[in-house]
Design a binder for this molecule. Structure first.
Ligand SMILES: O=C(O)c1cc(C(=O)O)c2c(n1)C(=O)C(=O)c1cc(C(=O)O)[nH]c1-2
Ligand SMILES: [Ca+2]
Length: 708
C-alpha cells in the first residue's frame, strides 16, 4: 500500500506535453479557436470569446456542412473541437471525429452496447459528450465501460467497467479530466441503485478514488473517500431501516462534475433518491445526504470538503445533477468565487465556492408550488406541506414535476451581460404515493414508490388540451445579481435545446419544434431563426478554423420527455426526429435534403377482446412497466413506436413474443417474462387496443410524428 501511494504521488501531475496543452486549454478556454470540452473550459460557462459572428451579422448564418447519423435516438452531446478536429458522441455511446471545417469524416467508434441495456436507461440511450485529453478521447458507455480512445485513430486504448452490470446502472454523462484522472458517475436512481463517482488514472484506467453519494446500506465503511463524512454525519441523516437499504438510496451523479481550478476542488451534482417516496425510502426521516446536493471534494483525494443540499429529504425526483457553472460575482461589493445552478426544483442557486454557503435562491420559472422560497439564514426551502404527498395521502400536482423546471439541457453564462441563459420549462406532474408500484426484486421498470399510472391523462378532450397548454418551454435569461429574470422568450413546447453564448452578444438555442435560433444576449431580441427539420435537444458549440468561425450542434428528439410525454409533447409531436450533425458559418449555402412526406396514421385497431376490468389492469401495468418508454396512452414519439398502430397489436402471439420473450431485445425492448404473466400481457394488449379505438373515435385526424 505504501509503495502504491508513492507511485501514485509520482504519477500525479506527471503530464506529457499533449496533456499539458489540454490542461492549459481547459484552464483558460484559449482564444476561442478550440471548444476544448463540452462546457468549453473547466468553468463550464459555455461562453466563447469569438466575435466574428455577432449581433450585426448572425442573420447571415447558413449551413457549412452536415452529416446524417445512424440512430434516431436522442443526440445530447455538445461537439468538442480541438486543433480543427471535432469529436462528438451520439446515442448508444458511439463516438465520431470529423474535419471540423470541411466535414470530412475521420473515424467512428462503436462500443457495441448490448441493445437490452436500454431497459435500464430511464431516459433514452443518450450520451452527453466526450472529454479530449492529450492524445486521448474518453467516453462513458451506457453499459458502464469507461473507454479511452486514441485521438488520431479512434482505436480503443483501454476500457474499464465502472459498475456492477447486474444492477440497473447506466452511464449517460460525459467524463471529465482533472489533473491526470478521468472522472465518471452513473445513472439509475429511478430503478434502484446507489450513486457514486470514481476517479481513474487517465493513462491506465486504474482506480484512484471513489466517493459514494448515498450511504452504505449497513452504514458500514466502504474503503472509499466518502467513508469519513458518512460515519461522522451523513449516516445519521438516513433512517435505520427503510427501502433505501435494499434499493441503494439513489443519489446518482449522471451529469454535472465540474473542476474548480482556482480552489482545486470538484463539484458533483447529485441526483434524486430511490425510491422517490421519502416516506418509504427513509421512513420519512432525515435529510438523506447527499441526495439533491452539490458536493465539493478535494480534487486529488476525493475527500469531502462541503455540500449544500438544495432539496432536503427529496421526494419529487428533484435532482441537483443539472450543469454547474463557475463564475465570479460581486457579493456585497467583494469579488466572490461563486457557482450558479438551476436544478429541477425551479430555484436558481448562487453558492460561495469556498465555503458552500448559500448566497441566494430565487425562482427562475413561474408557478412553483412545492416551496415558496428559501430561508437564506438556514439555507433551507420553505415547503408547502401539501407537497409531501406521502404524508398527506393525497395526490399533489407539483410545479415543477419530475422532469424539472430545467433538466440536463446545458445553460450558459455570459460575463459581459452577467446573465445566465436557462432552457427552462413547465411540465406539471401529479404525485400519488403507491407502494404497490415498488417491487425491489424486479430490476426492470421504475421503482419510485409513486404511481406513474396515477399521472396519466384522463379520457377527456378538454383535459388533453389543458395538459398540452400547461406544458411549455421558455428561454430564461436570469440575472444572478438581482435574483430576477432579465428577459425571457416563450417557446411553443417544452424540452428545448441547451444554450451557448458568445462575446458577439449572442445566445444560441435549438428548439424542440425544429428551429435553430440566435438572440441578442443583452436584450433577447431574436436575430436568427433557421428551419432545422428536426427537434433539437443538445447544445451548440462554436470554434474557428483558418480564421472562419463556425457553430456546431446535433439535431434529434430524445431523452426523457418525448419518451414519456404522450400528448403533452404538444407541438413537438408533429416535428420530425432526424439525427444529424450540423455546422453553420456566415454565408453557408449547404441545403438539407427534402423531408420525407408526412405519414398520416390509418386507425385500424383490432377488435377489442378484453373486459373493462382487463383494460383497467392493463392500464395499471402499462403505467408500471411501459409508459416510461412508450408514452402516455401508448402514443410513441418518433423513436419508440406508436403502439396504437403497431402491427403486432393485431396478433396476440406476436405481441407475447415481443412483450414476454424479448423478440426485439436487440433494439432495447427486452422480454418482461420475469415480471409479467401471459394474462398480464393480454391485459396490456387490451388496454392498448382501447387506446387505439379511443383515438380513432375521438382524435381521428391525429397523425403520427413524421420523419425517421
Ligand atoms: O436518477 C437518475 O439516475 C437519472 C438518470 C438520468 C440519465 O442518466 O439520463 C436522468 C434522470 N435521472 C432524470 O431524472 C431525468 O429527468 C433525465 C432526463 C434525461 C435525458 O437525458 O433526457 N436523463 C435523465
Ligand atoms: Ca432521476
Amino acid at each position: 500500500a505504501c509503495n502504491a501511494s508513492k507511485n501514485e504521488a509520482i504519477a500525479a501531475g506527471s503530464l506529457d506535453d499533449a496533456e499539458r496543452a489540454s490542461e492549459a486549454l481547459l484552464k483558460t478556454g484559449g482564444n476561442g479557436d478550440d471548444w476544448g470540452a463540452i462546457g468549453f473550459s473547466y468553468d463550464e460557462q459555455r461562453f466563447s470569446p469569438l466575435t466574428d459572428i455577432n449581433d450585426r451579422n448572425v442573420g447571415d448564418l447558413g449551413i457549412a456542412w452536415f452529416a446524417d447519423l445512424e440512430d434516431a435516438r436522442g443526440q445530447e452531446a455538445t461537439p468538442v473541437v480541438v486543433d480543427g478536429v471535432m469529436y462528438v458522441s451520439h446515442a448508444w455511446s458511439k463516438v465520431s471525429a470529423w474535419d471540423a471545417a470541411t466535414g470530412k469524416p475521420l473515424w467512428k467508434y462503436d462500443p457495441k452496447v448490448p441493445g437490452e441495456r436500454a431497459v435500464h436507461a430511464c431516459c433514452d440511450v443518450v450520451n452527453r459528450g466526450v472529454a479530449v485529453w492529450g492524445d486521448k478521447v474518453f467516453v462513458g458507455a451506457l453499459d458502464g465501460r469507461l473507454i479511452a480512445l486514441d485521438r488520431t485513430s479512434g482505436k480503443e486504448l483501454w476500457a474499464t467497467q465502472t459498475f456492477d452490470a447486474d444492477r440497473p446502472y447506466t452511464i449517460t454523462g460525459a467524463p471529465r479530466v482533472v489533473k491526470d484522472m478521468v472522472l465518471i458517475g452513473n445513472g439509475g436512481a429511478e430503478f434502484g441503485v446507489r450513486g457514486y463517482v470514481t476517479a481513474y488514472d487517465a493513462d491506465t484506467g486504474r482506480q484512484r478514488w471513489r466517493f459514494y453519494t448515498a450511504p452504505n446500506p449497513k452504514k458500514a465503511k466502504d474503503g472509499a473517500a466518502s467513508d469519513a463524512i458518512f460515519a461522522s454525519k451523513g449516516n445519521a441523516t438516513w433512517s435505520d431501516t427503510g427501502e433505501w437499504q435494499t434499493s441503494g438510496g439513489g443519489g446518482t451523479v449522471w451529469d454535472a462534475i465540474v473542476y474548480d481550478k482556482d480552489l482545486d476542488q470538484i463539484y458533483l451534482g447529485v441526483g434524486n433518491g430511490n425510491p422517490w417516496n421519502h416516506g418509504t425510502r427513509s421512513n420519512g426521516e432525515g435529510d438523506n445526504w447527499f441526495l439533491s446536493s452539490i458536493v465539493a471534494l478535494d480534487a486529488t483525494t476525493g475527500a469531502y470538503k462541503w455540500h449544500y443540499q438544495e432539496t432536503p429529504a427529496e421526494t419529487w425526483d428533484y435532482t441537483a445533477t443539472q450543469p454547474i457553472i463557475l463564475a465570479e460575482q460581486a457579493v456585497n461589493g467583494t469579488p466572490t468565487k461563486v457557482l450558479y445552478h438551476a436544478p429541477k426544483n425551479g430555484f436558481f442557486f448562487t453558492i460561495d465556492r469556498a465555503t458552500g454557503k448559500l448566497l441566494d435562491a430565487k425562482p427562475f420559472v413561474d408557478g412553483i408550488n412545492w416551496a415558496s422560497g428559501y430561508d437564506l439564514a438556514t439555507g433551507r426551502p420553505i415547503e408547502n406541506p401539501e407537497a409531501r404527498f406521502y404524508r398527506t395521502g393525497k395526490p399533489f400536482i407539483a410545479i415543477p414535476g419530475a422532469l424539472g423546471a430545467h433538466n440536463w439541457h446545458p445553460m450558459s453564462y455570459n460575463p459581459a451581460t452577467g446573465l445566465v441563459y436557462i432552457p427552462a420549462q413547465q411540465i406539471p406532474q401529479a404525485y400519488v404515493a403507491d407502494m404497490n408500484e415498488l417491487d425491489r426484486r424486479k430490476v426492470v421498470g421504475f421503482n419510485v414508490g409513486t404511481s406513474l399510472t396515477g399521472t396519466m391523462l384522463p379520457d377527456d378532450k378538454a383535459a388533453y388540451r389543458a395538459a398540452v397548454a400547461a406544458t411549455t418551454g421558455r428561454l430564461v435569461a436570469f440575472d444572478p445579481r438581482t435574483g430576477k429574470v432579465a428577459w425571457g422568450v416563450d417557446h411553443p413546447a417544452a424540452w428545448n435545446g441547451g444554450t451557448m453564448t458568445t462575446a458577439g452578444n449572442l445566445v444560441f438555442q435549438g428548439t424542440s419544434t425544429g428551429r435553430f435560433r440566435a438572440y441578442a444576449a443583452d436584450t433577447g431580441k431574436q436575430l436568427l431563426d433557421l428551419d432545422m427539420q428536426s427537434g433539437i435537444v443538445g447544445a451548440p458549440s462554436t470554434f474557428r478554423v483558418n480564421g472562419v468561425q463556425y457553430v456546431a450542434f446535433q439535431t434529434s428528439k430524445g431523452g426523457a420527455f418525448p419518451l414519456v410525454a404522450g400528448v403533452a409533447g404538444g407541438a413537438t409531436r408533429k416535428v420530425p426526429n432526424i439525427p444529424r450533425l450540423v455546422v453553420l458559418k456566415l454565408g453557408g449555402r449547404a441545403q438539407l435534403p427534402a423531408l420525407p412526406r408526412a405519414t398520416t396514421l390509418a386507425w385500424n385497431p383490432p377488435p377489442q377482446f378484453g373486459t373493462a376490468a382487463q383494460v383497467a389492469t392493463g392500464k395499471a401495468l402499462f403505467g408500471r412497466y411501459c409508459i416510461v418508454c412508450h408514452g402516455d396512452s401508448a402514443i410513441g414519439n418518433g423513436f419508440t413506436p406508436d403502439l396504437r398502430v403497431s402491427g403486432t397489436l393485431a396478433n396476440p402471439e406476436a405481441w407475447k413474443a415481443v412483450l414476454l420473450d424479448g423478440a426485439l431485445k436487440d433494439r432495447g425492448m427486452v422480454g418482461f417474462a420475469k415480471v409479467l404473466t401471459p394474462a398480464d400481457a393480454a391485459a396490456i394488449r387490451a388496454y392498448v387496443i382501447d387506446r387505439s379505438i379511443w383515438t380513432r373515435e375521438n382524435l381521428p385526424n391525429a397523425s403520427a410524428p413524421v420523419g425517421r
